[in-house]
Design a binder for this molecule. Sequence first.
Ligand code: T4K
Length: 373
Amino acid sequence: MIEKFSDPILVSKTYLPDKLKFDALTEQLWKSRWLTNNGYFHNEFSEKLKQFLRVSNLTLFTNGTLALDIAIKAFKLKGEIITTPFTFVATAHAISLNNIKPVFCDIELNTFNIDPNKIESLITENTSAILPVHVFGNPCAIDQIQKIADKYKLKVIYDAAHAFNVFIDGKSIVEFGDASMLSFHATKVFHTIEGGALVYPNSKLEKKFYLYKNFGIENEDVISMVGTNAKMNEFQAIMGLLNLEIVEDEIMKRKNIVDRYKRNLDNVAGISYIKDIPNVKHNWAYFPILVEQDKFGYFRDELYNKLKDYNVFARKYFYPLCSNIEPYRNMAKTDLSNANYVAQRVMTLPLYGDLSLSDVDKICLIIDSIRKK
Ligand code: T4K
């Protein structure tokens, strides 16, 4: 008989920097009274983040969704954008809110990312871009995707919300495509409370992105275009600066936790997970598993509910699929059988640096005890 956890174990738990350090930096805001609009800390954070990620061009935003929205606007995309249905709704919504039709493409079973072999058949004369997601921080098939984009002259914007500090063959994953969006939401492996960034190879985009996030204001006299308000404020930037100092420690803790999950779950029939990719430096942002009812004895939802009885609150990232939710349900459907397969079986287990290895062991014991033997 395994006892339930006395306190709820949630899928994620935000880490925070040393409070005294945060107080010391925010104290300066009480003196300067400069809280937003390209402040001192915003600019310092932007520079430090570029160095950390080893990228040349980066613009900060108030959140990842608005960053993606602005990338879509800045590239003047229209018509249709090919994307994955296996993602957080923000991806599809950012497309749709720009009056563009998201065309959902099926995913690969080994990465849960958009299947590059299924993209070409979805391209029409209305297609303006491909918007893949590095789901759970696992890199998409970047070379294949770029080849297709070059052939049909399409833009590639990556939703890299999960892919902070992921490198492939030593190169940051956010250096591919025409732009990549990072999310710094409180639940992410790196966070600024809310926040986001665009990383892009073409330095000329910097001014455009700046104008889009600042009402199109060039200076007091010149407002050269229509823009919105998507600026990162000084509290967010301070949080970012301090979290940059501790994020690598957080990532290493997560790696140990994921290793422990894998060691414990390797022999539990009916539970599988995505394998690490050898040339990739991972960030262990999430730990998704698939639950196969024929071997485990229960469906994913049954395990999900039984875990709650033990005070373990996993999440069904990403269920329902974007293609099955109300706003997109009636769109012409392509074959999304892999995406549907994964969405019916996937469950993301609790993962955050403060999660103790003994708690991981207990979660795994609970899962094994639930399995029908
Ligand atoms: N593209 C992708 C692929 C994304 O995953 C996301 C965001 C975006 C785009 C959009 O980026 P942003 O505009 O958000 O920057 C959460 C996050 O709110 C969302 O940012 C994230 N993806 C998504 C995958 O997860 P929910 O609705 O699941 O969050 P919530 O409030 O249920 O929190 C989950 C757990 O996290 C809680 O059980 C406890 C913990 N938590 C939560 C909050 C808010 C904390 O420990 N501290 C907190 O402050 O969406």
